[in-house]
Ligand binder design. Sequence first.
Ligand code: AMP
Ligand code: MG
Length: 359
Amino acid sequence: MDVWWLALVLTTVTAPAVSLGADRDEPEELERFEFLETHMGSAFKLVVYCTGPAPASAAARSAFDRIAQLDATLSDYRVDSELSRLGDRAGGPPIPVSADLFEVLRRSRELSERSDGAFDATINPVVKLWRRARRNRELPSPEQLDQARSRVDWRRLELDPDARTARLASEGMRLDVGGIAKGYASDAALKVLREAGITRALVAGAGDIVVGDPPPGRSGWLVGIAPLDPSGPPERYVLLANQAVSTSGDAERFVEIDGVRYSHIVDPRTGLGLTSRSSVTVVAPDGTTSDSLATAASVLGPDRGLHLIEQIEGAEALFVSIPDGADAPEVASTPGFDALLAEPEGEPGPVPALGGPEA
Ligand code: AMP
Ligand code: MG
């Protein structure tokens, strides 16, 4: 099973907590509820503080339905998704697209520009080769890689915000938004919970976690950062409110061929799965930003990756990597990252890892 995750340690409130109602003066009893469903090939977990089981379940249902709708829109595994159908029309005229697909493509393209192409939503032809390599444990041939790489180019993803159309300019191009979609879906699910009146909530799509207001009586949600070897306990924790955190790396999803370990994250310049071991954790104002930046920074490496993140308002990152030839991990972070760290005082041990198989 492929699993990739941020170990999630939740601050617990054992008894129903008391907090003030948002727009009433009398105190309101809030209970903690958890829900788990699989979407986008990953375990999605919701933690909500709510007045009772019925409204909590109803809100969770709506949030999961929204994630399922985004999966149906953004999946590159489903031939009938809106994203796949856009790929079917590559080389043709511009196609009107939904607001969700347009926004994910707009944010992807913006990051492609900022990361000098390290993040590239047109990476699908190359990623497909590596998925096959994982199944067969056999490297793609140089010819196959060249051919696939010639079909990858974020500049040939054309977007028109006024007409809300998208176009892949050359035949054979295909999209893969796996590096940003779980963060976008987690943001969207948190919005649904807020609209249902639940502000104290957490949405975790495997390694992409988005949080709203803190649990009652707490100043934030305590999230454990998975170490490079995710079977170990978290070595660091961050305390977050109305923020998001994502971890990207090769911890569990990789293929080893002839003694070389290739990550599921691909460097668009070479077409190769990343071979240097790393785990990048990004905190940002929203999950769309943290998810996509974590993937981009993985490709860029510690120096350029952290430099990119320093340019982004409200974003901080921790980069743990094992440089080629070294055996001990090196740790680097943006200047503001340490201020997010917290100790799990009096908290129970880590809850089981989140995660799930990729479809
Ligand atoms: P994440 O787990 O968020 O880092 O995303 C990894 C996924 O992003 C992979 O499984 C691919 O679907 C996709 N991906 C791989 N390489 C890239 C890249 N260079 N740019 C954008 N997406 C990528
Ligand atoms: Mg990502």
